[in-house]
Design a binder for this molecule. Sequence first.
Ligand code: UTP
Length: 226
Amino acid sequence: MIVLSVGGSLINPGTPDVSYLRKIAEVLRKNRRLGIIVVTGGGKPARTAATAVKNLGGNEFMADEAAILSTRQNAHLLIAALGKRDGHVVVPHDFDEAARAALSGRVVVMGGTIPGLTTDADSALIAEKLNAERIVNLSNVNAVYDSDPKKNKRAKKFKRMPFSQMLKLAMRSDERSAGTHFIFDVFACKIIARSRIETHFVHGKRLKDVENAMKGKRHRGTVVKD
Ligand code: UTP
């Protein structure tokens, strides 16, 4: 069993990226025998909804509830791209439902679960529950860096690092002001560290890297393991 965490901005940068959804669905279909659970992020619609809720006077919990619906909407998009032969048609709302859905043998696609979390944390938790062999994180960044590669040209790229170092990097970025954003949040890092879940970070659009990471083969991203 493997878990894929797909950044929402890959699926839905504002409007659904139908061409990307078709391509990533094809990769999942081809590798269905690995046993795949995908957790989709919210992307721009999640941020827009959360901001609107807060502008209207809603609290953080309510903003998260609205954002979770965007993550689930993105799950439905990917399920549509997979088709009912390869994709499980129900979007699980919690970890038990996801575990049950995994018995179908089809690719299971879920979004968020409860307010206060991120879909990275959900990916780590479902991977832990199901003793997944590995997590593959797909984002707009090709690897884990010691600082934001979009802001710092000299950011150092890691090919491989232990859990302790990944957790340190996540905590360092968590301490900084709002808006800074590390590739995997602290909670998710703590879960993969405590259960030693091998986690791969690749650019979601480098489909060969995605496939290699799913199989535990070499790729141009980062592998976190001891
Ligand atoms: P994510 O932040 O995980 O999605 O969820 P994303 O689009 O991949 O995020 P980036 O691109 O890494 O920034 C979107 C929002 O949904 C809510 C949170 O508000 C989160 O910011 N959410 C998600 C929850 O409240 N609980 C969950 O379990 C998952």
